[in-house]
Design a protein around this ligand. Structure first.
Ligand SMILES: C[S@@+](CC[C@H](N)C(=O)[O-])C[C@H]1O[C@@H](n2cnc3c(N)ncnc32)[C@H](O)[C@@H]1O
Length: 258
């Protein structure tokens, strides 16, 4: 056998592409929601260096919060944008509560998973008179995104969005551009670095967002803690000074137009 002939099946020197391994949809029971939410996530959350390829514990607790406050918030029939959706448990929950939802992320892998989940939840969302569509949206390249409803969203939602200082500074202007006057931003954020939250709050004030409630710290549910413990990312982060110490619920409103 000629040992110099190249073997087309030999992958040893080929560049190793990082391929997403999508697991089958998992059924997530959000407390208080009649139907389970079917979510497609990847078994290896750091496959591409993106943090959104698995459902974070925070989005379990935030989804539960939305279910329990859906009526008082008026989520049904409202226009909702989820930022940094990852696998979009929050967005799918909002759609199952009758919201018209656009879930957004900068990571194309996340949006691919979201499309698969949208198919899996299609019938239940339709019977709740909700809707979900996904869109690519990067906070750092926000100007001129086609199809994004500027100044129209009743709600902008987010779970675990702030984990870097640049994001913290940029995000408020994105939120403000999406919300209609008096539209609301509601987010549940992991408390990792309090100074980063201050950067966010200062930028939010400048962008015309004001608190409707004092930010509240929330104790994570057992299910959320259990899920976080399975994240290699959280295990790593916990070793550093940015250890995870519960959640903060942030509720803001865009100032009314003059
Ligand atoms: C920690 S994950 C949270 C995912 C999801 N919200 C959850 O709680 O399960 C943060 C998400 O924000 C997205 N993200 C980070 N920076 C972004 C940016 N500049 N523009 C849009 N999305 C961004 C990431 O791709 C990732 O999906």
């Amino acid at each position: 056998m000629n040992s110099t002939a190249s073997d087309p099946f030999d992958q040893s020197s080929a560049p190793q592409e990082k391929v997403l391994v999508a697991a089958a949809a998992i059924a997530i029971a959000v407390p208080g929601l009649e139907t389970e939410v079917l979510i497609v996530e990847t078994p290896d959350e750091v496959a591409t260096g993106c943090t959104g390829l698995r459902v974070w514990g925070c989005s379990l607790d935030f989804s539960s919060y939305l279910v329990h406050h859906a009526e008082s918030l008026g989520l049904r029939d409202s226009t909702i944008v989820e930022l940094g959706c990852g696998c979009a448990l929050v967005g799918f929950t909002a759609a199952l509560l009758g919201g018209q939802v656009i879930v957004t992320d900068r990571d194309l892998g996340c949006l691919e998973l979201v499309r698969a989940s949208a198919e899996a939840n299609f019938a239940n969302i339709a019977s709740a008179s909700g809707s979900v569509r996904e869109m690519h949206l990067d906070w750092c390249w926000f100007q001129g995104v086609e199809g994004i409803p500027y100044s129209q969203a009743d709600f902008v939602l987010g779970s675990e969005l702030i984990y870097d200082r640049d994001c913290a500074r940029i995000l408020p202007s994105v939120i403000s551009a999406l919300l209609r006057p008096r539209g609301r931003f509601i987010a549940l954020l992991g408390i990792r670095d309090v100074s980063m939250l201050h950067v966010f709050f200062t930028a939010a004030y400048t962008a015309g967002l004001e608190f409707t409630e004092e930010p509240r710290s929330l104790k994570p549910s057992e299910a959320a803690v259990e899920r976080s413990a399975t994240f290699s990312h959280d295990r790593e982060v916990t070793k550093t000074t940015h250890a995870w110490s519960g959640y903060i619920l942030v509720e803001m409103q865009k100032c009314a137009a003059d």
